[in-house]
Design a protein around this ligand. Structure first.
Ligand code: IPM
Ligand code: MN
Length: 356
């Protein structure tokens, strides 16, 4: 079959890591008889430089008409210390989420036994941790109106808004994920304080009747932040609103020591987007040292979730496991730093492994 993939490398190391995922997908195409047609579009700081817009209309059209979107990273330090900048690369990401209706961000967090020693936590705490954070992505305080400043600019406000329908669709996804996994779902909220959180909790309580096999747990977000580092194995599926999910998904992605390896999917009303969890890592841009595995595994998720190519996705995962055993890995995770592979060498190794 032929699949049209909107390919958005973005900023920083984005282009280097996306190039490896493309290589790996091409190898999969050869082995399994598929063709992937990669149509490139700018997003983020590169798009601002080219067009003045972080998510130009043409990029949107490409994504909208594609079977899936492969995304690198967004963000450039030249914008970071300028809170007054009129356009920021991150706006491109928010616009993409809203325009594609990407209401759920799914981040699986798994441990790689070979990398446990990179975890900031004790190995005995984190060994075997296997959880998914499902973050609501198009609502809450990120998008609520009104937002702004008082006339004299000395007061600022943001609004957190959720409708029952927005909560229901993502909670449904959470229950369905839990049903396919260890059958446990934790709703993270701040229902002891926030009205929106109370609505989340009420909605989940009502829906729970339809999912009697799922063990349901509620946790306030401050406690969840503690529990994640004290006892990460207790979690299976975490469902939470946009802002809490932003923070907790970053926290959960570092506990296993494998930040450079974790993929993510954003799904919703139109085309789904697949991207590594890590950011644009500008310090490494252009040096051919960044770890491409998170993006390669995002491509595996894309094959499985958007194209239903399960064997193909597993083939990528098996190649990644083999590359770790063979130490065909980048400097961030190489045991012997002297023998570390470059970004493009890892991509070549994976592609060759898949073809043979
Ligand atoms: C993320 C990022 C974005 C967010 C920023 C860049 C707008 O941190 O994808 O988690 O806060 O959602
Ligand atoms: Mn974030």
């Amino acid at each position: 079959m032929n699949f049209h993939i909107a390919t958005l490398p973005g900023d920083g190391i984005g282009p280097e890591v996306v190039a490896q995922a493309v290589k790996v997908l091409e190898a999969i195409g050869q082995k399994f008889g598929h063709t992937f047609d990669f149509q490139y579009s700018p997003v983020g700081a590169v798009a601002i430089d080219e067009t003045g817009e972080p998510f130009p209309e043409e990029t949107f059209q490409n994504c909208f008409h594609a079977a899936a979107v492969l995304f690198g990273a967004i963000g450039d330090p030249k914008y970071d210390n300028d809170p007054k900048a009129k356009v920021r690369p991150e706006q491109g990401l928010l616009k993409m989420r809203k325009k594609l209706g990407l209401y759920a961000n799914i981040r699986p967090v798994t441990t790689f036994p070979a990398l446990i020693h990179k975890s900031p936590l004790r190995a005995d705490l984190v060994e075997g941790a296997d959880l998914v954070v499902i973050r609501e992505l198009t609502g809450g305080i990120y998008f609520g109106e009104p937002r702004g400043r008082s006339e004299d600019l000395t007061t600022a406000f943001d609004t957190c808004v959720y409708t029952r329908a927005e909560i229901e669709r993502i909670v449904k996804l959470g229950f369905e994920y839990a049903a396919k996994r260890r059958k446990k779902m934790t709703l993270v909220d701040k229902a002891n304080v926030l009205e929106t959180s109370k609505l989340w909790r009420e909605t989940v309580q009502d829906m729970a009747k339809d999912y009697p096999d799922i063990e349901l747990d509620y946790m306030f977000v401050d406690n969840a932040a503690m529990q994640l580092i004290q006892y990460p194995r207790q979690f299976d599926v975490i469902v939470t609103e946009n802002m809490f999910g932003d923070i907790l998904s970053d926290e959960s992605s570092v506990i296993t020591g494998s930040l450079g390896l974790l993929p993510s999917a954003s799904i919703g009303l139109h085309t789904s987007v697949f991207e590594p969890i890590h950011g644009s890592y500008p310090q490494a841009a252009g040096k051919n040292i960044a770890n491409p595995v998170a993006t390669v595994l995002s491509a595996a998720l894309m094959l499985e979730m958007s194209f239903n190519l399960l064997e193909e996705g597993n083939t990528i995962r098996a190649a990644v496991d083999a590359s770790m055993l063979a130490q065909a890995v980048t400097v961030d995770i190489a045991t012997d730093k002297e023998k570390a592979y470059s970004t493009s060498d890892v991509g070549d190794w994976l592609a060759a492994y898949i073809k043979n």
